[in-house]
Ligand binder design. Structure first.
Ligand code: GDP
Length: 297
C-alpha cells in the first residue's frame, strides 16, 4: 500500500531536502505537488486540502525557513501531519473492559472480507493475547456462510458455535453469548450478515444485534480496493452504530491507499487492523507512525 504516493513524495522532497535555504514559494510549490499526489492516491478532497493548509501553516513559520536544514524540517512537518491524518497515536488494541465474555461484533458489506477477518482476529487474540475465543456466524442469508466460518475455525483452531438450522440471527447471538459464558470464553466474535449495499433491513438487523449483545468493540470491515466507497460506507454505518474501529482488507492489492488515508479524517473511526492477504494469519495492526514512515520511505 501507498507505493505510488511514496514514490511521488520522495521525488518532490528530493528537491527540498538538500537545500540550504528555502523561500516560501519553494514550499508552496512543493505542497502544490503534494496535493496533486494525494488526490492521485484517491485521498478525499477536503482531507487533502486540510492536510496542505496544516503543513503550510507550520512550514512557512520563519523558524523553519531560516533553520539550518529547512528541507528536512518540511519533510518532518509532512511526516507529523501524515501521522495525524492516519489517526495520530490511536491505540489499535481492542478493549476487553467488561465481565467476560466480551462480544466483538463484525459488520460490513458482503464480500468486504468480514468472515475472513473475523477468523483472522480470533486467531490473533487466541495466539498473541492468550484469550479464549468463540466465533459465531449470524449470517443466515448467504448460503453456507455459517459453514465457511466453521471451516476457517478448524483451520485456525478457534472454536465456533455449533450450527442449528432455522435460528434467527438474534437467536444465534443470544446462544453465542450464553455459550461464551458457560464455556468460560473471554471473547465471543459475532460475524453478522452483509449485503451487497447498505439497506434499511441490514441496518435494522445489525442495530438489533448490537442492542442484544452490547459489544465492547464493533468493527466495520471495508475493502481498501473500493477506495472512497469504503469511506462512504463507514460514514453510513457510523450514522447508525457506534463503530469502534475499522478493519481494512486487501491492502496487499492497494497501491494507492486513499481509503486508508481518508478514513480517520472523514469518519473519526480509527483503523485498527489491515488485511494483507488471503491467509488466516495475514493481518496487521494499523499503526499511523509506521504507515507514515512507510509513505515517506
Ligand atoms: P465476506 O463476504 O465479507 O464475509 O467476505 P469473505 O471473508 O468471504 O472474503 C471474500 C474474499 O476476499 C475471500 O476470497 C477472501 O480470501 C478474500 N480476502 C479477505 N481479506 C483479504 C485480504 O486482506 N487480502 C486479500 N488479498 N484477500 C482477502
Amino acid at each position: 500500500m501507498f507505493e505510488s504516493l511514496s514514490d511521488r513524495l520522495s521525488s518532490i522532497f528530493e528537491g527540498l531536502r538538500g537545500r540550504g535555504a528555502l523561500e516560501e514559494k519553494d514550499v508552496t510549490e512543493a505542497l502544490r505537488e503534494v496535493r496533486v499526489a494525494l488526490l492521485e492516491a484517491d485521498v478525499a478532497l477536503p482531507v487533502a486540502k486540510d492536510f496542505i493548509s496544516k503543513v503550510k501553516e507550520r512550514a512557512v513559520g520563519a523558524e523553519v525557513l531560516r533553520s539550518v536544514t529547512p528541507g528536512q524540517q518540511v519533510v518532518k512537518i509532512v511526516h507529523d501531519a501524515l501521522v495525524d491524518m492516519l489517526g495520530g497515536d490511536a491505540d489499535p488494541s481492542l478493549s476487553f473492559a467488561t465481565t467476560p465474555p466480551a462480544a466483538i461484533m463484525m459488520v460490513g458489506l458482503q464480500g468486504s472480507g468480514k468472515t475472513t477477518s473475523t477468523a483472522k482476529i480470533a486467531l490473533r487474540l487466541q495466539k498473541r493475547d492468550k484469550k479464549r475465543v468463540l466465533m459465531a456466524s449470524l449470517d443466515t442469508r448467504r448460503p453456507a456462510a455459517q459453514e465457511q466460518l466453521a471451516i476457517l475455525g478448524e483451520q485456525a483452531e478457534v472454536k465456533t458455535l455449533p450450527i442449528i438450522a432455522g435460528q434467527t440471527p438474534r437467536d444465534i447471538a443470544k446462544r453465542a453469548m450464553e455459550a461464551g459464558k458457560l464455556g468460560g470464553f473471554d471473547v465471543v466474535m459475532l460475524d453478522t450478515a452483509g449485503r451487497l449495499s447498505i439497506d434499511e433491513q441490514l441496518m435494522a438487523e445489525v442495530a438489533d444485534i448490537h442492542k442484544t449483545t452490547n459489544p465492547v468493540e464493533t468493527l466495520l470491515v471495508v475493502d481498501a480496493l473500493t477506495g472512497q466507497d469504503a469511506v462512504t460506507t463507514a460514514e453510513k454505518f457510523k450514522e447508525r452504530l457506534n463503530i469502534t474501529g475499522v478493519v481494512m482488507t486487501r491492502i496487499d492489492g492497494d497501491a494507492r491507499g486513499g481509503a486508508a488515508l481518508s478514513m480517520r479524517a472523514v469518519t473519526g473511526a480509527p483503523i485498527k487492523f489491515v488485511g494483507v492477504g488471503e491467509k488466516i494469519d495475514a493481518l496487521d495492526t494499523f499503526e499511523p507512525e509506521r504507515m507514515a514512515g512507510r509513505i515517506l520511505g
